[in-house]
Design a protein around this ligand. Sequence first.
Ligand SMILES: [Zn+2]
Length: 226
Amino acid sequence: MKWTQVSEQIWRGKGWLIFPFIPVHVWLVRDEAEGGWTLVDAGMKNMAQGVLAHVKQLNKGPIRTIVLTHGHIDHVGVIDAIVEETGAKVFAYAEEIPYMEGERMYPRRKKMEFNVKRGLAQPLPVNEQGELLPVGGLTPYFAPGHSPGHVVFYHEGDEILLAGDLFTSNRSGSKLKRPMPMFTADMDQAMKSARIVEKLKPRQLEVCHGSAVLNPVSQLQAYLNV
Ligand SMILES: [Zn+2]
């Protein structure tokens, strides 16, 4: 795996999916309150050693928390290995959990997916009004469409938005692109969720399958008008 420091508190790790041949990113975010790291998305199974080796090399404590943007198979692969090694807690948006545990079928798919062991992922914490609360140094925002319970994670200090599969981008990162249609449950909803970029105005947007996009709000209108 190749690791790149994205900002003061965030590292991006890169693996590869073979079909289609695309990069698969995960992120390590410093958990300043607890010490150690939060892993955002969990890539492919074969990335486990690469993740653990990098955490060891950084020498700032273990992964304490794993947060998932959603439960597709290329976003959950290293969970078992990390939990076994560190006892990390795993969180996803409540509505996403039945889909990734094989209790409900993802919209537009033909088969149930058993991507995460039942009971392993806990719902992201919410307050009494049902609003998502910060976890592991990041603030989650509900951004459905690519999957029914897709969330994105914002790092306020570093102004980085970890957007999972809410978007993709072109190779140079100069262009914000739609999520892959074949794997997207509801494209119209995903387009509406894109407005989170307007609300947060991140300095940089990171996607699982593509390059980082600087100042994404400058592209939002063009993106929505395509
Ligand atoms: Zn996905």
